[in-house]
Design a protein around this ligand. Structure first.
Ligand code: FES
Ligand SMILES: [Fe+2]
Length: 314
């Protein structure tokens, strides 16, 4: 079967773990970017990400390997590697093999997420992931976190946000968000929308503001007047060119009553999680059309695609 998508894995910062998933001194196997990886944490707590296979004779470093201080130790012949991927010790030789190098990925920890920078030609990171004050502000709840693995390309999922027309037909929403502005001038895109809600006091206008920082991290702000103020910190990570992991991490502004906050938060995240389950069968079976036949009232799909295309290496 031909590939459903004409694009490779994009480059950028991608979430490979939640910070809380690894204690200092632990390691774990992972699959992202079409590669086998090991994510590990030094005994002082620093995260590192590298390819999983030892350059000596190919053992999987996360299967029986361990962390010793700030070194990763291979389970097969106990060679040691540092976070930069260099071999620092061959315990049965006085000499080092300078050619024995692990491919490593730059790492940044932000908002409780561990991001690895992937670039097919190993170019350096060219933007940063912003830290959010609300995540550590007691006026907001802790995360409500969810993870989904979907058989589609990362770009296809992100296009959803530029496609307001589908909300009525896939998600059954009464009203569709109205685009206020869409700025795609850099590696961050900003889409501001307003949405009307029928409340006991009449029609009220809420907000949905989406900030995409490269292809892997989005901040989505929701406001339903008088009821919900929430952020979804969403990460999109390519497992391979046709499989994507999405993590939704919601924080909700607290109401006076903790019980009421929890009821509102759970109802809100249930609705958003329902939507991703409704999108999944569309995404998993559609193809990407390079030249779609659009209606004049469709959303800014082509503008989105142009913005996203900057994340594919030449
Ligand atoms: S395979 Fe890793 S030390 Fe030999
Ligand atoms: Fe959707």
């Amino acid at each position: 079967m031909a590939s459903r998508f004409p694009f490779p894995i994009p480059f950028g910062w991608f979430c490979v773990a939640l910070e809380a998933e690894l204690e200092p001194g632990e390691l774990v196997a992972a699959n992202y970017f079409g590669r086998d990886l090991v994510i590990w944490r030094s005994e002082l707590g620093e995260f590192a990400v590298s390819d999983a296979f030892c350059p000596h004779l190919g053992a999987h470093l996360a299967v029986g390997g361990k962390v010793h201080g700030d070194q990763l130790v291979c389970p097969f012949h106990a060679w040691e590697f540092n976070a930069a991927g260099a071999c620092t010790n061959i315990p049965y030789s006085d000499r080092l093999n300078q050619k024995a190098k692990l491919r490593v990925y730059p790492v940044t920890v932000r908002n409780g997420f561990v991001f690895a920078w992937y670039h097919p030609h190993d170019e350096e990171p060219s933007w940063e992931i912003p830290a959010m004050d609300e995540v550590v502000d007691p006026a907001w709840t802790d995360y409500y976190s969810f993870s989904y693995t979907i058989k589609t390309a990362a770009q296809e999922m992100s296009e959803n946000g530029a496609d307001p027309a589908h909300f009525k037909y896939v998600h059954g929403t009464d009203t569709v968000a109205e685009l206020v502005s869409y700025d795609t001038g850099g590696t961050t895109s900003t889409m501001l929308s307003k949405q009307s809600y029928v409340t006991p006091k009449g029609v009220e206008w809420g907000r949905i503001d989406v900030y995409n920082h490269g292809p892997g991290f989005s901040q989505v702000y929701f406001e339903i007047p008088g009821l919900v103020e929430a952020w979804n910190l969403a990460t999109t990570s390519p497992i391979d060119a046709e499989t994507t992991q999405v993590r939704f991490n919601f924080i909700v502004k607290r109401h006076e009553s903790a019980e009421f906050t929890d009821v509102i938060a759970k109802a809100f995240v249930k609705e958003i999680n329902k939507q991703i389950c409704e999108d999944t069968p569309i995404w998993e079976n559609k193809v990407f059309l390079q030249v779609p036949s659009l209606a004049d009232t469709d959303g800014p799909i082509l503008k989105f695609r142009k913005w996203y295309s900057q994340f594919y290496a030449a």
